[in-house]
Design a protein around this ligand. Structure first.
Ligand code: GDP
Length: 473
């Protein structure tokens, strides 16, 4: 772990296509780093024959001209110039807007590579924006989340994070921790004099207050992650209950293989669908039943793991079957085993059941869960099920309005660790242990919080984060 340098040198010149591959009206190829102005001069001629050099061009100026490689003109382009430090990466940058054909774009990129750029790695522009201090790690991640957001609320949350609300909050906490830590470390210099620069009572109050704030953030993850990852929803139940049919109906297309043979969903299938503003991540599990077959057994083991991670369970029961009440007991038991996840009982095959109404009432009283009557193969009851699912996570679409919210597992884990370190510190303070032990725990909490914004980072962590970006971002 190292504190990152405040003003790194501009990196070597990199180039990449910044727009999606394919045919479009326009496309953008961008460059950043040392010497990009000279490289641009080599490939670009301004229209009108006037003498022009990018080295003299002002930042935020646009220039119309032709771009050529060794074989001649590639395209007419607009060149947009950004001068360091007023650019995304804080380095000199030039962006060329050209016609959006895949071959044009490839030729343009090749011309830049032939003139001295190297191809950028995934997320390298954003990585440079982070390393130069233009944005912190949280904001860099927020850019990635914004690009990949599939719902309005995930998008709004990412925008808030990009604006730096959570970053500021964490910085304030870090400043508080740093202050207490500095005072404790000062005591070490006066160890023979037995002084306390901050009384232990005052220290306990301050550390307790900071821990409380961290725990509030930790708590916000419980719902926050649903915004970005979707509500993990598991369809469980016995083989042949109609789980794959339901999955297809919810997704609106044939994804799972529906079959008459019990136990054909060997593994789990995961796909997302959006209902109104909420994203659900759906998993169809292998049928829950004892099995001798090795493959199926493995599937069942994974099913149970998926169920234990679920935010919402849809327990499917064949309501036309003779032992539907036995299934109700199984649903109730599963619910008791995972009290933290919500459960909806789906009473399927009502088209085959005699006295469907009576059976549903029985299921309701046996399971104490919402029960939806359904005929999955006909799509009956589907809308009611979707509304009930949305109702179970009501308020989620308003969650982004909270000013600070933790939505990423990485941030959640760092905060949990920070809270644990502060817990240790509080115990040491109560036991009147020496200042250096307390200071050690406060330092480790500081490092954990610093990991989130990137104040303290390892190369490995940066690679993990930026590898998820596309080339050109
Ligand atoms: P899974 O093993 O739980 O995934 O069950 P499937 O989705 O493969 O369904 C098993 C069988 O039940 C298939 O033949 C489906 O067509 C049929 N099925 C599913 N839902 C219904 C329903 O609501 N009514 C009727 N009559 N048949 C259904």
């Amino acid at each position: 772990m190292t504190e990152r340098p405040l003003t790194p040198e501009a990196g070597e010149a990199i180039a990449a296509i910044a727009t999606p591959v394919g045919v479009g009206a326009l496309a953008i190829v961008r460059m950043s780093g040392r010497g990009v102005l000279e490289i641009a001069d080599r490939v670009f001629r301004k229209k009108g024959g006037t003498a022009f050099s990018f080295k003299e061009a002002e930042g935020f100026s646009a220039h119309f001209g032709t771009l050529s490689d060794s074989r001649g003109m590639v395209d007419e382009v607009i060149a947009l110039v950004f001068r360091a430090p007023s650019s995304f990466t804080m380095e000199d940058m030039v962006e060329f807007t050209c016609h959006g054909g895949p071959v044009v774009v490839r030729h343009l990129l090749q011309a830049l590579l032939d003139s001295g750029c190297r191809l950028a790695e995934p997320g390298e522009f954003t990585r440079r924006a982070f390393l130069s201090g233009r944005i912190d790690l949280l904001q860099a991640e927020a850019i990635g989340e914004m690009i990949h957001a599939r719902t309005e609320s995930a998008f709004r949350t990412a925008v808030t994070q990009m604006q730096g609300n959570l970053s500021r909050h964490l910085q304030e906490m870090r400043a508080g921790l740093l202050q207490s830590c500095a005072l404790l470390e000062l005591e070490l210099d006066f160890s023979e004099d037995d002084v306390e620069f901050q009384s232990r009572d005052a220290l306990r109050l301050e550390v307790g207050r900071l821990q409380g704030e961290i725990l509030r953030l930790v708590e916000s993850y419980r719902e926050g992650h649903l915004l970005t990852e979707g509500v993990a929803t598991v369809i469980a139940g016995r083989p042949n209950a109609g789980k794959s049919t339901l999955l297809n109906a919810l997704l609106g297309h044939e994804r799972a293989i529906v079959s008459h043979m019990p136990g054909t969903t060997r593994d789990y299938i995961e796909e997302c669908f959006i209902h109104e503003k909420t994203m659900f991540r759906l998993t169809d599990t292998a049928g829950l039943r004892e099995s001798d077959e090795a493959v199926e057994h493995e599937g069942i083991k994974r099913s149970y793991r998926k169920i234990s991670e679920a935010d919402l369970m849809l327990y499917m029961i064949d309501s036309s079957s003779g032992d539907f009440l036995k299934e109700a007991a199984a649903a109730r038991e599963l619910r008791q085993r995972h009290p933290e996840s919500g459960m909806i009982v789906v009473a399927n095959k009502t088209d085959l059941a005699s006295d469907a109404g009576g059976r549903i009432a029985q299921l309701q009283s046996e399971t104490a869960c919402p029960v939806i009557a359904m005929a999955a193969s006909k799509g009956d009851g589907l809308n009611e099920l979707k509304s009930t699912m949305a109702g179970m996570v009501e308020g989620l679409d308003k969650l982004h309005e909270a000013s600070v919210l933790v939505t990423s597992l990485r941030h959640y884990e760092a905060l949990r660790n920070a809270a644990d370190s502060l817990d240790n510190a509080l115990q040491l303070i109560s036991a009147r242990e020496p200042a250096e032990l307390i200071a050690f725990e406060l330092r480790s909490a500081l490092d954990y919080v610093g990991e989130i914004t990137g104040k303290v980072v390892s190369e490995e962590l940066l690679n993990t984060i930026f590898d998820q970006f596309c080339i050109g971002k």
